[in-house]
Design a protein around this ligand. Sequence first.
Ligand SMILES: NC(=O)c1ccc[n+]([C@@H]2O[C@H](COP(=O)([O-])OP(=O)(O)OC[C@H]3O[C@@H](n4cnc5c(N)ncnc54)[C@H](O)[C@@H]3O)[C@@H](O)[C@H]2O)c1
Ligand SMILES: O=C(O)C(=O)C[C@]1(C(=O)O)C=C[C@@H](O)C=C1
Length: 364
Amino acid sequence: MTKIAIIGAGLIGGSLALCFKGQPGLRVTGYSYRQESADKYVRLGVVDEATTSLEEAVHGADYIFLCVPVGMLTDYAQRISLMPLKSGCILTDVGSTKAGVAAAVSTIKWGDAVFIGGHPMAGSERAGVEAASAILFENAYYVLTPDENTPPEAVDRLSYLLRLTRAKIVHMNPKEHDEIVGAISHLPHLIAAALVNQVSRYNEGNGGYAMLAAGGFRDITRIASSDPIVWRDILLENRVIVLRLLEEWGGELNRLADILRSEDGEAISGAFRSAGEFRSSLPERRKGVLQSIYECYMDVPDHPGIIGKIATELGNRNISLSNLQIIETRMDVPGVLRLSFRTQGDLDQAVEVLEAFNYVVRVT
Ligand SMILES: NC(=O)c1ccc[n+]([C@@H]2O[C@H](COP(=O)([O-])OP(=O)(O)OC[C@H]3O[C@@H](n4cnc5c(N)ncnc54)[C@H](O)[C@@H]3O)[C@@H](O)[C@H]2O)c1
Ligand SMILES: O=C(O)C(=O)C[C@]1(C(=O)O)C=C[C@@H](O)C=C1
């Protein structure tokens, strides 16, 4: 039996555990610092067994996944390095920052064990084992950060195990990782939190802000609900890069303010045009729980029964809607409806049908 120890089976650790549990020849042990959580891991069927003893969790393990907040990773790595480990054991982490941990673990004596940094580029604003999902990583990128001293055989072995996540493994240098992920993940989380807090302050004086907050606000701020401790640690760890990115973000905002001040309509539409072009060129994840969404938006007149009519027309053609949301609707202007589908085929067919009914449809 191959033993996999998951240290902290929250959203990410629990999702990894679900990818491995029940696979032939694999046995998954969860570790939590709290008995209550360890019991929950077993009750929810995320692991085969769970313990609050770190030593017991890592004893005889072939793979150890450190899935705790970034600020605790080095401490856990150090403690584990002092415990008896199985020869050839591979330790890896899932932390959202890579350079700090890589530097810290490079000073640890691992004996026969090997440490390989890792970071699955998938997640959500939810936290805890209840949010874990076996398909979270499907088709996402999974970054590994081996260095020149990492035995290629160990990288191959870890990559082979990770095939069970159905993620796409890529290798990257920790510093480059932190620079890129700082811009595409850490900065956006800060911006989302700042925007929500700004609006929340306005709302204290006038509840209309929360009342009218519709699709646009919700779309850009979903990640503001992310776990406070997880994000405290990520941002503190990558602060040098994030502080520079924030300065550059300030520059972007100043440029936008300038063109607005000078009422330069061409420059404003240019900003949206170039942003839209880059956004549509982003590679899409074709599967997976969080991003298996193929969406279009359509303007709908505020007629009673219009939504039922749209759903019926699609249903009559066997086009399955996975979600339908009214983003905005007022008596005097068309509302916006967001239609979500599980496959590109359903989306394409739906657009064809809706356009045949003369609806204006936009695909994101
Ligand atoms: N949330 C995401 O979208 C995402 C995506 C990729 C990687 N990550 C990384 O994954 C790691 C875990 O994040 P998550 O989103 O699964 O968070 P989570 O809160 O769902 O899970 C964190 C786990 O750490 C444990 N933990 C918390 N405090 C602890 C303490 N004081 N001592 C011991 N264990 C403790 C919790 O019990 C839980 O099992 C982090 O390093 C994070 O950077 C997160
Ligand atoms: O989809 C989300 O909610 C996420 O926050 C996932 C996300 C990201 O920013 O893309 C967050 C942190 C990670 O380390 C990797 C992925």
